[in-house]
Design a protein. Sequence first.
Length: 150
Amino acid sequence: MSGETDLIKLYSARILALAADIPHLERLQSPQATVKKRSPLCGSTVTVDLTMRDGRVSEFGQDVKACALGQAAASVVGSAIIGATPAQVETARDQLKAMLKDNGPAPDAPFDGLQVLIPARDYKNRHASILLALDAAVEALAKAQQANCA
């Protein structure tokens, strides 16, 4: 019974609400960078398109095929990423990873909404799916920066 109760807590109403309302689900017509990431364990995928202007994310689109936890993470990322710098996005990814794997604190604002995923710490098989959106965004930002410098 305890395992079932833990799963009910994990899939809280807030996580399910985030998963049901993911912003920026439209792919961009002319992105500066596109990155697709896949979790080998569960098969979840997230594809991120983005453009940068003045060193910040100016446009963002994503295609999310993931579990509710991966969808919730993508929802928070989609809500927070416009206007973020590459350093902020990379820091958020590193902080999310530390939150899940090392019991670290939730990521800083504007990605602090990811704290809703703290209960997923105990579900290591879900960590890769939760990290997909930020992993893809970090890689896409690096590609966009290279394109802008070329």
